[in-house]
Design a protein around this ligand. Structure first.
Ligand SMILES: [Zn+2]
Length: 113
């Protein structure tokens, strides 16, 4: 049986943090959603956080994603014009069904309380 050794557990290195490109707040990676999309290409939600390319991170928060889509903040994050799928919100909502913790954060807006 494994025993936890808390002295060796540094949350910063274990979890890591990311900055939300919408509200510029830093949060644990577990609270973030990763997107990829090069200039001129389609933005993809990378739920598994495995797709190649520079990640664009935003909060698991519906308000942040809405702003990113409506105000085209994805363009800034990608440093150019990217194609934002019309159903990106729905894609994210559907994918998050596999990630209950993020899903809860997403719909509650708990991160910005
Ligand atoms: Zn945010």
């Amino acid at each position: 049986m494994k025993r936890h050794n808390h002295r060796n557990k540094n949350p910063k290195t274990v979890v890591g943090t990311r900055t939300c490109f919408v509200c510029k707040t830093i949060s644990p990676r577990a609270h973030m959603l990763r997107f990829v999309g090069r200039v001129g290409q389609v933005v993809q939600f990378d739920a598994k956080e495995v797709l190649p390319g520079r990640g664009m991170w935003l909060h698991a928060c519906k308000a942040c994603l809405e702003k990113a889509i409506e105000k085209r903040i994805f363009y800034k994050a990608a440093k150019g014009t990217v194609k934002i799928p019309e159903d990106l919100m729905q894609v994210v909502e559907k994918e998050l069904q596999n990630y209950p913790q993020k899903q809860e954060l997403f719909f509650k807006g708990a991160i910005h309380e």
